[in-house]
Write a protein that binds this ligand. Sequence first.
Ligand code: G3P
Length: 223
Amino acid sequence: MKFFIDTASLTQIKEAQDLGVLDGVTTNPSLMAKEGISGDERVRQHYIDICDIVDGPVSAEVIATDFEGMVREGEALAALHPNIVVKVPMIRDGVRALKHFSSKGIRTNCTLVFSPGQALLAAKAGATYVSPFIGRLDDVSTDGVELIEKIRTIYDNYGYTTEVLAASIRHPMHIIQCAEVGADVATCPLSAILALFDHPLTTIGLEKFLADHRKAAAAKEKA
Ligand code: G3P
């Protein structure tokens, strides 16, 4: 399973990169705004800065919602760096844009996916990734992980190569559950990735190993 980090924070991206398990980055307009990144030039430079940190796919989302606008923006984003993946919303013009980008060899991430039918459309249009938002489904009392499972089944039934990118992940159990049902990628907040490292028995076990080592070394010195 690939791990992407879902943030536009360069600090967090660097921290995740240093863990040695990061495969890519996803951003969205809200995450860019959170970092105070606005204005075309600043936005473009920020994407390049992210691509300079992580050698993997970096999703950059279009703002336009009409076909021509998405194509124009998406082509400009894709030209910024070979790592850029154009993120397109799951709307009618978005699906047309996915098809266009796919025919041009530009990688895409279809975002704001909340149903198996939407995921099927994204795959038919040739999306590279599909992003079902599991946390936001859980927020409205709907099982987000179940959606990942359904999309996995549909894609496997027909051999679609679109990768299932579980998004809107909120905690480490989301990552585990998505891995269990076969998501190709999980895009996560840094906190959820870091939480995977922790287990009290690991901490206790390591303390004991080191204490025993110190005791043995002290006994040897005395002898
Ligand atoms: O990048 C899209 C997605 O991961 C958003 O997550 O937490 O805003 O629902 P969230």
